[in-house]
Every structure is written in C-alpha cells, then in structure tokens.
Design a protein around this ligand. Structure first.
Ligand code: OAD
Length: 249
C-alpha cells in the first residue's frame, strides 16, 4: 500500500483530524510566500524587517501601506483546489460526527473563502485591523485606506491584526491547536517549511502522539523524516485526489 493509500484509508475512518497549513497552500492562488522575492516596490525591502513592532514604530506609514497593499492584492486571489479540498474533507469528517481542526499560519483567509469554518489563525489575518490604543478590531472595506498610517477617530494608529516577529501568538488559539494536534487520529501538515516556531512545534507534538502523521509539501522539510507519510508535490494536485478518494465509497 502506498503512503497516499494509507492516508486515504485512515481519513475514511478517522473521527478526529487536524491539519496545519502554510504559505505553500496559497502560492497557487497567486499569494507570494513569505520568502519569495517581493515584487515591484517591495523588492528593495526585507519582508522580515517590515513585519516587526520596531518597523511599525520607526515608519508606520511604510509598514501599514505594505500590509494594506498585500491585503488588497490577496482580495483579488481566489481559493485554489487545495483550499477547496480541505473544506470538502472538513464537511466529510463532520458529517460522520467527527472533529476537524484546521490550523493555519496564513493570514490571507483563503481557507474561509473556500468554505472552511473557523480555521485557527495562528498568525492573525491581513483582513483584520486593530486600534493600537483600544485594541478594538475591525474589517476594512475593499478599498485602500485613505491615509497611511490609518488613524482611528481619536487619532490613534491602526495596525494589521497579525503576529509580528517577536510578538506572542494568540494564547487560546495556540492551546486549541496544540490539543487538536495531540489527540487527533490523523494529522496533516501542508505547504509549510516547518521552520517557524511555535507553529512548527505542532507537527512535533503530532509526531510524538498516537495519530497517523502526513506531510504534503513541494520540498523536503525538517519534518519530512519524522512524519509517517511524506507526499512530495503540489497541494493542489495531491489534496483533491486524496479527498476525492476518501469521499468515494
Ligand atoms: P514558507 O515560504 O517558509 O514555506 C512554504 C513551503 O511550501 C515550502 O516548504 C515549499 O516547499 C512549499 N510549497 C511551495 N509550493 C507548494 C505547493 N504548490 N504545494 C505544496 N507545498 C508547496 O512559508 P511558511 O512555512 O508558511 O510567519 O512560513 C511560516 C511562517 O514564516 C509564516 O507564517 C510567516 C513567516 O515568518 C509570520 O509572519 C509570523
């Protein structure tokens, strides 16, 4: 039996599934990964340097413009067959009374637009912005902000509700993700280099637990040797094939 067949068999029976996704699942929707050379204006900036509280402190106009341009460009992208397959799998597992937990490092909300319900967003979302003085969040409309940095009526700065380097991940989100990875019968890690913690730690927890673990990724990662099943290739090709087989009696 191939690794893919083992994964399909396990998913046909599983009553608890946990999935962790990264930028690799959105690349085929046209969303550049974090480490791709940025296009155009941003080619001369290091994204990792723009995604920090210090960068926002130093130049809030530059940072908020960068995030707003990413937000607007992501709005033009569509979920790809990998996002859609995961939403189908979620419905299939839940229809049999099982639990399905989707955890993502992505901030593009393409999972939600594909039909996944309440993914755990470990790194926040481009589409949610918050007031730096009250912490109140809101969803900006589909047009660019009128000024950078955008300000609240009281004059406080708005910032994207994403996790910047050096910032803590949302505690409750992390706990829910940890528990799901620890107790699930099948764990899949898809489209992530598994280099950034604590998110990458989720796969370590799953590998040390009793469930079946599978990686679907274009390139090898530090987790490739640790998971039970390693499927090398594009998520948009592998996932629809796997989910179609799971849903075919
Ligand atoms: P990376 O860009 O580090 O890794 C993307 C992974 O996807 C790579 O391992 C690719 O091999 C794989 N990949 C590319 N195309 C693929 C495809 N079509 N199908 C399947 N896999 C594919 O992105 P992440 O691992 O998500 O954190 O990065 C993790 C975090 O690093 C980000 O969330 C961000 C960044 O620092 C924060 O912003 C806090």
């Amino acid at each position: 039996m191939t690794g893919e067949q083992r994964l399909i068999e396990a998913l046909r029976k599983a009553h608890s599934v946990c999935v962790l996704t990264g930028a690799g699942i959105s690349i085929e929707s046209g969303v550049p990964t974090f480490r791709d050379p940025q296009e155009g204006l941003w080619a001369k900036y290091d994204p990792a340097k723009l995604s920090t509280p210090e960068a926002f402190e130093d130049d809030p106009a530059l940072v908020t413009r960068w995030y707003d341009e990413r937000r607007l460009s992501v709005l033009k992208c569509q979920p790809n067959p990998a996002h859609i397959a995961l939403a189908d799998l979620e419905r299939t597992v839940r229809d049999r009374g099982g639990s399905f937990t989707l955890v993502t490092q992505n901030i593009d909300r393409l999972h939600q637009r594909a039909g996944s319900s309440e993914p755990i967003e470990l790194h926040g979302s481009l589409h949610v912005w918050k007031c730096t003085s009250t912490g109140r969040t809101f969803l900006p409309g589909p047009e660019p902000f009128s000024e950078y940095p955008p300000r609240s009526p009281s004059g406080s700065l708005y910032r994207p509700d994403v996790v910047w380097f050096g910032e803590a991940l949302p505690e409750r989100a992390l706990e829910r993700a940890w528990r799901a990875a620890q107790w699930c019968e099948v764990y899949m890690v898809i489209g992530t280099s598994s280099l950034v913690y604590p998110a990458a730690g989720l796969t370590e927890v799953a590998c040390e637990s009793d469930g079946l673990t599978a990686e679907i990724n274009l390139d090898p990662t530090p987790m490739s040797e640790r998971v039970d099943i390693c499927l090398r290739g594009k998520a948009s090709q592998i996932l629809p094939r796997v989910v179609t087989a799971v849903r075919t009696p």
